[in-house]
Design a protein. Structure first.
Lengths: 371, 554
């Protein structure tokens, strides 16, 4: 050996363990341990961990017919796992090479629509086979051991001594005595915390600037457009039908609050039409226009049953009566769908006369007090 | 000691042994490793439910990491030019576009994506079933309230994580869900509009929300989940497992298998099976086919829209809520607040504080490590059944339009069923469960006192017919059993106390001769008798079987 072993801590020097050293190494010398067999050592270590092995039901003796049978069985499952894994790699990599392409599109080959299921099946079977193999390994090839381990409650000794260490540290710091210092530390903590949180202010946006919740792109003279961008004349739509239309402004077809239902009423619906006070002239002829955004949770109310004049929201089944100012008649919605006053412009196309008569979409705290 | 490397008695001779000594010289890990390997785990199937959650989380981490390499969390508007013909030329967000590209142009990514989704469903489901097991067996009692609390936190985070995850592709279905979510923010009293604008960075949908949900979904929530799971397990290891009462099991021990190799083998097997199941589902069972839904458009929706199963009860609550809007001098509290925030808030709040509530009501402040059978705590079991019934009514109502459609029932009738059922069915469930618990308890006591019904009818000299009962233990002068009920399952059939041979094995046809089975049983019975004297704990030697003689091992 060429290393200098004089210093404490290096092996082979004059290092002697201090008097605080202890533990099982003092109970058992290397000689004693060397005299024990593996099982004894295992049980000895377990005892130091509070574990006692109560009973061992041995596995089938090595070389016996049962042992051979069990081994074959376990091997078979692991083998299957390997086989499926290999098959996965072959299908994954081979597709488009020596197997047909995996690329799927409408009307493509059967193989490409089988590709993903096949991958999942092979991957899954491989892993499940390994899992089954392991279960059988534990059940059939390992001895069944029953062990018991002690459960300790907290140690009173530990609590008292730890408490003493902590409290003497606190005493030494003198914080309970130095009131001014402790108070300043408290202030520091609060101020520091506030400083760390403050940048979250960047997230804040004022929902009341410019009244975004009370206004939509609709305004006087804005044309009603179909989703393909064409304007609509009163004669274009059949009686009893509904069309979803958008305002003729930039991005109007993507705006979250602009979608409008233009409904042409049937004559018998027109007879029963009741308009809420102040909305009598909002329609145009046999046409009425309501916001498509549900006043409950903001889904587009899409399902129009013209026999009953009801519009149903598919999200939470609020139902609105189009012959009664789109008043909610069933479900959780509480407010009528806002109505858009419409007319036709000089060229005979539908236009809005103003914005909606009420805020569009779900209710909120200050909906009744928007500026 | 620093003399480990000095040759002497017990010094390792093999290469592996020498290497192990070298490692331990540097890291001093032999002690902790031995303690870990020796740790005893109780052996009961219901203790594996939490493990399923852990393993599906591992699947989620692995598959999710894969997906991030192909996903672009941006709401920038692009026009689709990929290989899925029906959507070519449609304008959509980059998030939806990149998801389509992943599905149709990345080899095998569809399987990984679907595996991720299935694993998420399994993750939440296994957490819920695990929670029910903990609840009904009283495993949350002192000293495990902390871990119960962490568990509820994990469940809530798992729901948020799932919601954020399935919203990312920005398809029509998830976009509709996000819009409902935005309405829930808006409904919060006083600060609702501020919260809404803060979350979306302006009016819905804005251009930020997918990016924000993405960082929540792939970094912030998983990091918290991971930390909480680590803490959950650490506390579990520290406190050790609970166990069902049984022969040899006390409040001060754990009876079962050591970690190595038995428990480790079984746990690894379960990991593989969970992983394999997710992969098989991911390949074979289509889930969330976003290319069929189309990109999100605020003006469109498809009928029968459903969230993932774990959000269903919130949707159900929103559907059932009557149209009661509170108007305070022009300030509104909309009904969606109660259905979508109030009910989950109440549910998770009650769950989180249940251990404290029960401790206050029962005055039981002792530490418990032995589990209770649900029948032995009728009030708790009935409360659980009541809560579960309310949850199921909400959950069914979350899909009431589909039920109405498939079974041709009026939609409004389904809503009324839900409204009335939510109020009426839970008390009925409470009452029925309570009676059931008492009945089961009574039957246990009856068997302990009078013995098991043998089915043997005997005619007495007086002409009276009686059924012969097999006592489970010593009897007094009147023939009444002396055994006290110990909280463990009581055998009710002669087969459970060795009254019959085990069944001849074979699924489609017998694969062993009945005579062999009998001979084997006799041999084992003799072996058992011989061993009986040396055994302290149980007659079967496998206390984990609850003291029941087990089937002979094959």
């Amino acid at each position: 050996m060429t290393t200098n072993h004089d210093r404490p801590g290096s092996a082979g020097g004059t290092d002697e363990p201090g008097h605080l050293h202890g533990g099982p190494d003092e109970d058992y010398t290397p000689h004693q341990l060397a005299a024990m067999d593996r099982t004894e050592l295992d049980r000895l270590g377990a005892r130091y961990d509070g574990v006692e092995v109560l009973h061992v039901e041995p596995a089938a003796p090595a070389g016996s017919a049962l042992d051979k049978k069990n081994t074959r069985q376990v091997t078979r499952w692991f083998g299957l796992g390997a086989l499926f894994a290999l098959a996965f790699v072959v299908v994954y990599a081979g597709s488009g090479w020596f197997l047909p392409s995996w690329k799927w599109s409408v009307g493509s080959s059967v193989w490409s629509s089988l590709y993903t299921p096949l991958l999942g099946l092979l991957f899954g079977l491989s892993m499940i086979a390994v899992g089954i193999g392991l279960v059988l390994y534990v059940k059939k090839l390992l001895p069944h051991e029953t062990a018991v381990q002690d459960k300790h409650d907290g140690s009173h000794f530990d609590r008292v001594t730890t408490g003493a260490t902590l409290m003497s540290g606190l005493d030494n710091s003198g914080l309970p005595r130095r009131k001014m210092l402790a108070g300043t530390l408290g202030l520091l903590g609060a101020a520091f915390g506030a400083m760390l949180i403050a940048p979250l202010g960047g997230f804040l946006k004022n929902p009341n600037t410019g009244n975004p919740l009370g206004t939509t792109p609709w305004a006087d003279g804005v044309r009603l457009l179909r989703d393909d961008g064409t304007p609509i004349r009163p004669g274009d739509q059949e009686a009893g039908s509904l069309a979803t239309v958008f305002p003729a402004v930039e991005g109007g077809d993507r705006a979250a609050d602009a979608a409008l239902m233009l409904i042409r009423l049937r004559p018998e619906q027109l007879e029963n039409l009741r308009s809420p006070a102040g909305q009598e002239d909002f329609g145009y002829g046999d046409y009425v226009a309501y916001s498509k955004i549900c006043t409950h949770a903001g889904c587009p109310v899409s399902l129009y049953e013209q026999e009953t004049s009801r519009i149903l929201c598919p999200c939470h089944q609020s139902q609105f009566d189009v012959t009664d100012g789109a008043k909610p008649i069933f479900g959780p919605a509480t407010r009528s769908l806002p109505q858009l006053p419409i007319t036709v412009d000089d060229e005979g196309y539908f236009v809005a006369r103003s914005d909606f008569n009420a805020p569009v979409g779900p209710s909120f705290w200050n909906i009744g007090r928007l500026g | 000691m620093a003399t480990n490397t000095v040759p002497g008695p017990g010094a390792p001779s093999s290469l592996a042994g020498k290497a192990a000594f070298e490692v331990d010289d540097r890291l001093i890990v032999a002690g902790p490793v031995r303690r870990t390997l020796n740790k005893v785990f109780p052996d009961h199937w219901s203790f594996l439910l939490g493990e399923i959650a852990l393993y599906s989380f591992i699947v989620l981490l692995l598959s999710g990491t894969y997906l991030t390499f192909f996903f672009d969390a941006s709401m920038r508007e692009v026009v689709y030019e990929g290989s899925y013909a029906p959507l070519r030329g449609v304008s959509m967000s980059a998030a939806y576009d990149s998801t389509l590209n992943m599905v149709f142009d990345v080899r095998g990514a569809l399987m990984i994506r679907q595996m991720h989704h299935w694993a998420a469903l399994l993750f939440v489901a296994s957490i819920c079933v695990h929670l029910l097991r903990i609840f009904f067996t009283g495993a949350f009692r002192r000293p495990r309230e902390t871990n119960w609390f962490i568990g509820i936190g994990l469940l809530v985070l798992a729901l948020l994580e799932g919601f954020a995850g399935y919203t990312l592709p920005d398809d029509l279905l998830s976009g509709t869900g996000l819009r409902i979510f935005s309405a829930v923010f808006l409904s919060i009293p006083v600060v609702g509009t501020w919260v809404y604008f803060t979350v979306f960075g302006g009016d819905f949908p804005g251009e930020l929300i997918i990016g924000r949900l993405y960082i929540l979904h792939v970094l912030i929530i998983p990091a918290i989940l991971l930390a909480l799971i680590a803490l959950h397990l650490l506390i579990l290891v520290k406190q050790k497992h609970t166990q069902f009462p049984g022969a040899g099991r006390t409040e001060h021990n754990v009876v079962g298998n050591r970690l190595f190799p038995t428990f480790a083998g079984k746990a690894t097997a379960l990991l593989f099976i969970v992983f394999g199941l997710c992969a098989a589902l991911g390949g074979l069972v289509q889930i969330n086919p976003i290319w069929l839904f189309g990109p999100y458009n605020p003006a469109q929706v498809s009928a029968g829209s459903q969230p993932d199963w774990y959000i269903g009860f919130i949707d159900g609550g929103a559907r059932l809520m009557p149209p009661w809007e509170i108007d305070l001098w022009g300030y509104h509290i909309p009904p969606v607040l109660w259905g979508a925030l109030g009910i989950p808030g109440l549910m998770f709040g009650a769950l989180a504080f249940y251990p404290i509530i029960e401790r206050k009501l029962t005055g039981d402040t002792a530490s418990h490590h032995l589990l209770q059978r649900p029948r032995d705590v009728p009030v708790r079991t009935s409360l659980g059944a009541m809560a579960l019934t309310a949850y199921i009514v909400l959950w069914i109502s979350g899909g009431n339009d589909l039920i109405a459609d498939k079974f041709d029932i009026s939609l409004n009738a389904m809503t009324w069923f839900g409204r009335i059922g939510f109020l009426v069915l839970p008390p009925i469930a409470y009452w029925a469960t309570y009676r059931l618990c008492l009945g089961l308890e009574q039957h246990d006591r009856e068997v302990l006192e009078h013995g098991i019904e043998t089915g043997v009818i005997r005619r007495l000299p007086s002409g009276e017919f009686i059924e012969v009962h097999q006592p489970l233990g010593p009897v007094d002068a009147h023939g009444h059993g002396q055994l006290a009920y110990g909280g463990a399952s009581v055998p009710k059939k002669m087969n459970q106390v060795g009254g019959a041979r085990r069944a001849v094995r074979g699924f489609f046809k017998p694969i062993e001769a009945p005579a062999d089975v009998q001979r084997q049983a006799e041999l084992e019975a003799r072996g058992l008798e011989a061993e009986q004297a040396s055994r302290e704990l149980t007659r079967s030697g496998r206390p984990s079987e609850g003291g029941r003689p087990q089937d002979p091992r094959d």
